[in-house]
Design a protein around this ligand. Structure first.
Ligand SMILES: Cc1cc2nc3c(=O)[nH]c(=O)nc-3n(C[C@H](O)[C@H](O)[C@H](O)COP(=O)(O)OP(=O)(O)OC[C@H]3O[C@@H](n4cnc5c(N)ncnc54)[C@H](O)[C@@H]3O)c2cc1C
Length: 307
């Protein structure tokens, strides 16, 4: 990226910008080559200016939240990665029916919303306890656990399109699938989302959240770096169980290993490269297809270029 572009990015978004930044420092699984630029806009106006500039100059960009569902390839990302962590405000308000609505910017973390639910005694988002993502990432992935998905609590969301224009979409006009959201405008960035919650008893909400956190700690290899579940569950069967049945737990390529604790987690046991993880994914897929006739679809998102 040439000096003029760099200076313009700095002018548009202030000082919160990193050039030639190794993305292994950011992804939860700890892999990824360098991004030409990693920019953290602080508000809508900055994001608007940034998207308009990138579009005008035909510089590719990709938005990210908490980096917990991402594999960045070892060659890194050409163009600009837009980190949304600084756009993280949230507010509670009541609608005429008496229900409470929680509006949160895309960069707000699910754990902050869960903690707020606990302190305010609100029910609806407890299932997000322990999911380490942001609001924007959770919507793009239609994140879910314990029988609920983020779409179930969603009331509306606001997107910014590639020209920098914002538009609010009611839930009824949005299409969600299992771990997938069909963006109504190509390459749009989620700005904020509003969730419908109900009043409950504080102690009950806190207990439910604590139970979920306990169950997750028992089942998931949280002591290692990972990107969560690697594969979608095919037709309701847990992918982890299929992987376990084929004796693939513990299988290792380079620094990437199928968790001994949960077959659907690949963990970084050392200096894993994205290549190790992607090779391990392919090896698992091949074996599951050969021996069970099932195609395991990948849940994690892979971006960037090979080395
Ligand atoms: C230990 C662990 C446990 C997990 N458990 C669960 C679980 O129980 N259930 C579950 O569903 N997931 C789980 N995950 C996966 C992950 O946390 C979720 O998918 C989460 O919602 C991703 O959010 P994120 O902010 O990290 O997204 P990122 O990884 O930053 O991005 C994911 C995708 O969303 C896009 N994106 C992010 N923000 C925006 C935005 N504002 N606008 C447009 N696009 C955007 C990115 O480009 C990318 O394609 C787990 C992960 C880990 C590491």
């Amino acid at each position: 990226m040439n000096e003029t572009f760099r200076q313009e990015l700095e002018r548009l978004t202030g000082e919160d910008i990193l050039f030639d930044e190794p993305l292994s420092r950011h992804t939860s699984i700890g892999v990824g080559g360098c991004a030409d630029a990693l920019v953290f806009p602080g508000n809508r106006e900055q994001l608007h200016g940034l998207l308009s500039f990138l579009r005008r100059e035909e510089i590719p960009c990709v938005p990210v939240g908490n980096w917990t569902n991402l594999i960045v390839r070892d060659g890194g990302v050409r163009g600009v990665v837009i980190g949304l962590k600084n756009m993280n405000a949230s507010r509670l308000f009541q609608d005429p029916s008496g229900d409470l609505l929680l509006q949160a910017e895309a960069g707000a973390s699910l754990s902050d919303l869960v903690n707020l639910s606990a302190t305010e005694g609100l029910t609806g988002l407890e299932f997000c306890a322990g999911i380490p993502g942001s609001v924007g990432g959770a919507i793009i992935m239609n994140a879910g656990a314990y029988g609920r998905e983020i779409k179930d609590a969603l009331e509306e969301l606001t997107l910014m399109d590639v020209r920098g224009m914002a538009r609010t979409w009611p839930r009824g006009q949005l299409q969600f699938e299992y771990r997938h959201f069909v963006l109504p405008e190509k390459d749009a960035v989620i700005l904020d989302a509003t969730f419908r919650l109900s009043r409950s008893n504080k102690e009950i909400v806190k207990e439910k959240i604590a139970d979920i956190r306990r169950m997750r700690k028992e089942k998931h290899p949280l002591e290692y770096r990972s990107a969560g579940s690697v594969f979608k569950n095919p037709q309701g069967q847990p992918a982890g169980k299929i992987i376990d049945e084929l004796g693939l737990k513990g299988l290792q390529i380079g620094g990437a290993k199928v968790s001994e604790k949960h077959g659907n987690f690949i963990v970084n046991v050392g200096q894993a490269k994205a290549r190790d993880i992607l090779d391990l994914i392919r090896t698992i897929q091949d074996k599951v297809l050969r021996e069970k006739g099932i195609h395991l679809e990948v849940e994690v998102i892979t971006i960037g270029e090979d080395l």
